[in-house]
Design a protein around this ligand. Structure first.
Ligand SMILES: CCCCCCCCCCCCCC(=O)SCCNC(=O)CCNC(=O)[C@H](O)C(C)(C)COP(=O)(O)OP(=O)(O)OC[C@H]1O[C@@H](n2cnc3c(N)ncnc32)[C@H](O)[C@@H]1OP(=O)(O)O
Length: 252
């Protein structure tokens, strides 16, 4: 971890990462045009937004115990209708299936998942940038981000940098250095890139940083990872043959 800053490439200089065709995948999971699940994806985002707002209110509230119990009763009543049709861990979400790369319930970027900030990811030429603002639900030390939350966002952005080379992979190693605390309620910028010398057929060693959007050169967290594309045999063993959404079946 000698170089905490991404290479300052121009489009002409960049050769390490091939052009990435995911612009409307995780960053705009509803997609556009003819899509049978488009409306359901939009509704899932609306529910995710509402639950995020509820979680933000629940983790910052100072109301009395009676009000907390009343809200708890109301929240419990919401679970039944949602459970009327559910998937298990062995089945991919049906709205993930409809568009390549869509991960509606990913805990870092999935707009339908209330625990996701969600981080917005943009894949550029040689560099991947993630943006988000973390509220009190992500607090570790008072007024700062929990280190595990930083690690989750770093893992995700490293994964995008790896996937930008063509095939999504799995994290086999992750190393972080927390240089300064990451402030809550402050727009953040994550940056990831893959040094060319770290690329082999199946493996990359991407690097990433977290900074605030106001001070992008002041590194708060720096990280490096090792990502591996599972072999066909490994993918089959880990995921099974029929449980993967089609975009994953095609890619592993
Ligand atoms: C359009 C779509 C876009 C989608 C975007 C999606 C973005 C998603 C972002 C999601 C982000 C979140 C992502 C997540 O959360 S992934 C979830 C967390 N990760 C896991 O659960 C992975 C668990 N690990 C495994 O299952 C195995 O390790 C696998 C199957 C992956 C590899 O099996 P195995 O371990 O038996 O390895 P191998 O013998 O096949 O060797 C393979 C290569 O790997 C090298 N190696 C192995 N270990 C290490 C190590 N520690 N340091 C350095 N190198 C290591 C090894 O030398 C060899 O290299 P090479 O000699 O071939 O060069």
């Amino acid at each position: 971890m000698t170089e905490p800053h991404p290479p300052r490439t121009t489009s002409k200089e960049s050769t390490a990462i091939a052009p990435y065709r995911q612009s409307d995948a995780e960053t705009d999971p509803e997609g556009s045009g003819e899509d049978r699940d488009q409306d359901r994806a939009r509704a899932a985002r609306e529910l995710g937004d509402a639950l995020r707002a509820l979680t933000a209110a629940a983790t910052s509230t100072e109301v009395d115990a009676a009000t907390l119990r009343k809200i708890a009763d109301q929240a419990r009543d919401l679970t039944g209708p949602l459970s009327a049709a559910s998937r298990t861990r062995h089945t991919a979400p049906s709205i993930d299936d409809a568009k390549p790369g869509r991960r509606m319930y990913n805990p870092a970027v999935g707009p339908g998942n209330p625990i996701a900030p969600p981080m917005r990811v943009e894949v550029g030429d040689g560099v991947v940038v993630g943006t988000c603002t973390l509220g009190l639900a992500y607090e570790g030390p008072h007024s700062y981000t929990h280190g595990g939350v930083s690690a989750m966002l770093i893992d995700q952005i490293l994964g995008h940098a790896h996937a930008a080379l063509g095939r999504p992979g799995m994290t086999v190693a992750l190393s972080l250095r927390y240089r300064r605390p990451v402030p809550l309620e402050t727009p953040l910028r994550l940056t990831a890139w893959v040094p060319e010398e770290s690329i082999t057929d199946r493996r990359t060693g991407p690097q990433a940083t977290i900074a605030t959007q106001d001070e992008p050169d002041r590194v708060l967290v720096e990280a490096s990872g090792v990502f591996v594309v599972p072999s066909a045999e490994q993918a089959s063993r880990i995921f099974g043959d029929s449980r993967l959404p089609s975009w994953q079946r095609d890619r592993y």
